[in-house]
Design a protein around this ligand. Sequence first.
Ligand code: NAP
Ligand code: GLV
Length: 315
Amino acid sequence: MSHTKPTILFASTTFSEAPWIARIKSCAPERVVVTKPDPSVEYALMWKHEHGSLKNLNQLKVIFSLGAGVDHILDDPDLPNVTIVRAVSPDLTARMSEYVVWQVLDHHRKGRHFRALQQASDWQNSDYQPAASAIKVGVLGLGELGQDSAFKLNALGFDVSGWSRSPKQIPSIDCHHGKDGLDTFLSQVDILVCLLPHTEETTGILNQVLFSKLKTSGPLGAPILINAGRGALQVETDILTALDQNVLGAASLDVFEQEPLAAHSPLWAHPKVTVTPHVAADSDPDALIGKIIEQMIAFENGEQLQNLIDLNLGY
Ligand code: NAP
Ligand code: GLV
């Protein structure tokens, strides 16, 4: 009887291979790891793989996304019909909450305004600073990332609400759900944080119609948008129009319709926009690989995989 362990494929067009391969080898020294599709591959660890490259992998059993989102996998028209597991890790979650808290606080405490005053050596301290409790932060998406961000914002004193597909009851968070619950949710929000996955239903959800439903009477003057979900959720021309018409007061964007963001995009230099290059929550091999190998071992022992994707829902 052969004791050869299943071959693992590492496939990414954007992650640097070396730290991932090193981590796989240190967690599972007995396993063969390849970086090019090979007929013996049974597991694929992927982040933005080359579309079509999995087509002839007849032994492939499980795809592990190296990120929380799986749109980069489901977009492949030649994707084999196999189980997909996504990354869920306290490290990834903590990184996203850091980003969200950073951006919410920057808008709440008028970071752009004070940086501009400093540039002009201008001492002005008569501006009213609202308390965190006077600001309603609404989180679109109450999954792994959205819930942790919501809790941490709530712990800082913000009044936090959230919106999800299915109904939820979460202590201290005002929960709304479904298409019917969206308008009421939006009408109360001063700072909108988007942590939705990209699916057929969420594509383009951050548009002019949605922005026009946000609360206009809040202490920040105009509602703020923070999107770290996916670029395909946002209509960038609508964001620019909304900013120029003061329908939105400012935006922090970590994700974009096209990545990298084109050098000519007006978002780069817009005075009301904070751009970060899809770094809100980086995937760290040291944090993710151990759990993936544990899942492989559990799977080989006939146990249930965790963090499975529902292909009908697309997340
Ligand atoms: P998750 O646990 O699957 O949570 C997704 C949330 O979105 C759930 O609450 C879900 O509702 C809700 N949702 C999905 N479709 C919806 C719809 N049509 N209407 C209303 N709510 C809907 O995902 P996660 O781990 O929190 O990650 C969320 C996303 O963050 C990822 O998919 C990825 O795109 C993004 N992300 C970005 C970065 C970055 O660096 N910028 C890093 C990591 C992740 P239910 O609870 O009812 O299912
Ligand atoms: C990053 O964008 C992720 O989906 O983890």
